[in-house]
Design a protein around this ligand. Structure first.
Ligand code: NAD
Length: 232
């Protein structure tokens, strides 16, 4: 199956369904339905069925889905049932925070390499992993079988660092830098744009959901005066 034939919104929702199924399994719930998954994921039941239909037939008509089986299947489809070796390129404020983040282990995401161009950082260790110069990336990628990397360098260095990651064998980049990267078609870039989220939040905070109608805009007095003059 080619990843490009599946809408990326479907993949995002699959990740949400796994999270919901994990919570249900932890609560000891044995069966669920597209209605319940839809309610929890805030989509329609039709959408849930359509998303799952891309990958085959799940569950029994009228009986719903077995929670552990569906969770296991979706994790397999997403590639979350296996170990992923990950490198971080750029071990500054953000890179260091990511090294300290404990959530990766839950999904067998393992940090195997840290890379930075700053001579003051090279040779230091974080969580037992040495910080190396990026020229060592290709060797570490090869030895550790790493295919994914976090790109955490300043925007002006992001394209060069991304090119170097691709040349080293990385095929999936989680890009934290606020730039659009040019990469070959077989390489996937997922952008994490924290400031874009903050800007959308500013708009929605000014325009809360109950306030659906557009705000009344006060007429600009200069425009009103100009129109009055024009009308004579
Ligand atoms: P930073 O300046 O603290 O760290 C950047 C690190 O990248 C430095 O250690 C630097 O030596 C290294 N570096 C520079 N060029 C490199 C290269 N070619 N190869 C390897 N390492 C290289 O920056 P930061 O605050 O960690 O931010 C990193 C990126 O993440 C930026 O693009 C920033 O816009 C984005 N970002 C940061 C935050 C945050 O909270 N700090 C949040 C969202 C996005």
């Amino acid at each position: 199956m080619s990843g490009s034939s599946i809408p990326s919104a479907t993949i995002s929702r699959l990740v949400t369904y796994v999270r919901i199924l994990t919570a249900l399994e932890e609560q000891g719930v044995a069966r669920t339905s597209s209605d319940l998954l839809a309610e929890e994921a805030q989509v329609s039941a039709f959408q849930v069925r359509k998303d799952l239909a891309y990958f085959g037939r799940f569950g029994t008509r009228g009986m719903g889905y077995t929670v552990p089986a569906l969770r296991r299947e979706l994790r397999r489809i997403l590639g979350l049932n296996r170990r992923w070796a990950i490198c971080i390129v750029g071990v500054g404020r953000l890179g260091q925070a990511l090294v300290d983040y404990p959530g990766f282990e839950e999904y067998d995401f393992e940090l195997v390499g840290l890379f930075d161009t700053d001579p003051a950082k090279i040779g230091k260790e974080m969580k037992g992993i040495p910080i190396r110069h990026p020229r060592e990336l290709a060797r570490v990628v090869d030895e550790q079988g790493a295919r994914m990397g976090f790109l955490c360098v300043p925007a002006e260095h992001a394209q060069a660092a991304a090119t170097m990651m691709v040349e080293s064998g990385i095929t999936g980049i989680l890009n934290f830098a606020p730039v659009v990267l040019e990469v070959p078609p077989e390489v996937r870039v997922e952008r994490v744009d924290f400031l874009a989220g903050l800007k959308r939040l500013a708009f929605y905070t000014l325009n809360p959901p109950e306030n659906d109608l557009p705000k009344q805009v006060e007429p600009d007095p200069t425009v009103t005066a100009a129109l009055a003059t024009h009308r004579g």
